[in-house]
Ligand binder design. Structure first.
Ligand SMILES: [Ca+2]
Ligand SMILES: [Ca+2]
Length: 141
C-alpha cells in the first residue's frame, strides 16, 4: 500500500514536471534579434528559420548550416559600419554589403535576398542561397 501510494505520488510529480517543461519550451523570438557586434543570417525569408550569428571580424560559412542557404540577412557591427557578404568562401569576387543597424541605422537588413540585396557592386543580383563568407568593414579601432 505504502509503495503504490509513493509510486502514484512520484507519477503525479513526474507529470507535473513534464507539463512545466512544455510550458517553458516555447522559446522567445530571440533568433530574430541580431545583437550589437554580430552579423546574422537566416535560412528563410524575413529573419526566420535556422539562424547563425557571427561576431568574428571575418569567417567562412563552409561547414555551417548557413553556407549557400541564407535567404535573409542583417548586419549589426558594434564598431564596424558595414558587413560585406561574398559568394565565395574566401571573401573575394561578387559581394554586397549591409550597414550596421546600431551605427548607421539604414540599409542594415534584407528580408529577401532573392530580389537583390543591400548595396555594392553586385547588390542587384539574386543572393538567395549563395553567401559563403563575410567580413566586417569600416571598423574603428
Ligand atoms: Ca534559403
Ligand atoms: Ca556560395
Amino acid at each position: 500500500m505504502g509503495i503504490s501510494k509513493k509510486a502514484v505520488a512520484l507519477a503525479v510529480a513526474f507529470v507535473g514536471m513534464l507539463l512545466a517543461g512544455i510550458g517553458a519550451a516555447v522559446p522567445a523570438q530571440a533568433a530574430a534579434d541580431c545583437n550589437v557586434g554580430y552579423t546574422c543570417l537566416w535560412m528563410e525569408d524575413n529573419s526566420s528559420g535556422t539562424y547563425i550569428g557571427k561576431s568574428a571580424d571575418y569567417d567562412s560559412l563552409v561547414g555551417t548550416k548557413l553556407n549557400d542557404t541564407a535567404s535573409s540577412a542583417e548586419a549589426n557591427g558594434g564598431s564596424c559600419s558595414s558587413t560585406y557578404y561574398y559568394d565565395t568562401s574566401t571573401r573575394s569576387g561578387a559581394y554586397f554589403y549591409l550597414n550596421s543597424k546600431s551605427l548607421v541605422t539604414a540599409n542594415y537588413q534584407d528580408p529577401n535576398l532573392t530580389n537583390g540585396a543591400g548595396k555594392g557592386t553586385n547588390a542587384g543580383e539574386n543572393w538567395d542561397n549563395r553567401i559563403s563568407s563575410y567580413k566586417f568593414s569600416g571598423c574603428s579601432s
